[in-house]
Write a protein that binds this ligand. Structure first.
Ligand SMILES: C[S@@+](CC[C@H](N)C(=O)[O-])C[C@H]1O[C@@H](n2cnc3c(N)ncnc32)[C@H](O)[C@@H]1O
Length: 340
């Protein structure tokens, strides 16, 4: 024999190649609202393909895929949404991932991902919106209203579930008045005020983002508890009078020196005994998704995820003491520390 047999299986190559389709399938499922249709009684492949006027054979395979991905259960040809679909694919769920799945910024468009990866490895690529770097717009308070709204809805869709879990797990139980810095829609403040109806929160973000945040405060009927403060957290004075400052999915957008700058501003805004709380995905060198997300943040903002140890170090450098880690949802945690 002249041709040597392969020394290892090519299954991982196939897994990755076919895996390319997985998120795109979820996007299409959201576009077609498969979850809503099943819920509305179109609960066989036949009913779905008739309703949508789509290929029966195609729909059969597509449903099989969604079954493999954990979104649908099939018993005797009868389709049922799983908990995963009910929570994150149902348009009426508070945790609907629609804005992520519809991908308004083309962030996950596989057509340009290889170019994005290579460009960011050569020289720092940055996520752009209307031809401008999002990081620059944040740095210089130049975010336009439409981009701010789209980005804020997207962040809400992917972050609210963990924010609610973090608060309901007790990570914020000692705080009376919470400043949600770089609040976006106010995921943490909304969850906090819902869990503690006698307590209050302030949302602090750039003016165009605050317009969208107001919609969420109204939607969740939290006007009495939540005030909104428009401002640039790099240049403007921070609101005072809070005993807790939270950074939810904020530090991961910045390099370590900028993260220390932000933590120092939180330190200055807090009274002695006040708490800083970081709600974020933790970097974990042994897990693929946090490594991928860290690379994603590098590509979008030249930034990274921080590990628990790195967050403890940053907190220490900013003067905080007694760092602790609380569980949030999935890959997320809340890391807190006290201003001595
Ligand atoms: C990744 S989002 C996180 C939003 C929200 N905390 C959440 O967990 O969904 C980062 C937030 O930081 C805000 N931000 C960025 N630069 C800012 C600045 N200079 N001043 C105030 N907020 C800023 C952005 O507008 C955005 O809402």
């Amino acid at each position: 024999m002249q041709i040597k047999a392969p020394t290892t299986s090519d299954a991982p190559m196939w897994d990755l190649l076919m895996g390319n389709y997985t998120f795109a399938c979820l996007m299409v499922s959201a576009q077609l609202d498969i979850t809503g249709l099943i819920d509305g009684g179109f609960d066989t492949c036949e009913k779905l393909s008739n309703k949508l006027q789509l290929s029966r054979k195609g729909i059969y395979l597509f449903i099989l895929l969604l079954q493999h991905l954990g979104y649908i259960n099939v018993t005797r040809n009868q389709l049922k949404n799983t908990e995963l679909a009910k929570q994150y694919l149902d348009r009426n769920s508070q945790y609907y991932w629609g804005e992520v799945l519809l991908d308004p910024f083309n962030i996950y468009n596989v057509n340009h991902l290889n170019k994005k990866i290579l460009t960011s490895l050569k020289h720092e690529y940055e996520l752009e919106c209307r031809g401008r770097s999002v990081t620059d717009m944040w740095r210089h308070d130049e975010m336009d209203g439409d981009s701010a709204a789209a980005f804020t809805h997207l962040m809400h869709a992917q972050g609210f579930a963990s924010a609610v879990s973090a608060v309901q797990n007790g990570a914020f139980s000692n705080i009376q008045t919470l400043l949600d810095a770089g609040a976006g829609s106010g995921t943490i403040a909304l969850a906090f005020c819902d869990a503690y109806p006698e307590r209050n929160a302030l949302l602090f973000d750039l003016a165009p983002v605050c317009m969208t945040a107001k919609e969420y405060v109204d939607k969740f009927a939290k006007k009495k508890q939540i005030s909104i403060v428009e401002g640039d957290f790099f240049k403007q004075d921070w609101p005072t009078g809070c005993d807790g400052v939270c950074f939810s999915n904020v530090l991961h957008d910045w390099k370590p020196d900028t993260s220390i700058e932000l933590l120092s501003k939180a330190y200055a805004a807090l009274p002695k005994g006040g708490s800083v709380l970081i709600h974020d995905m933790l970097f974990n060198i042994t897990k693929l998704t946090p490594v991928l997300f860290s690379f994603h943040l590098f590509m979008n903002h030249g930034a990274q995820l921080f590990s628990l140890e790195e967050l403890f170090q940053l907190l220490n450098q900013a003067g905080f003491e007694n760092p602790q880690c609380h569980k949030a949802l999935g890959y997320f945690a809340v890391v807190s520390a006290i201003r001595p």
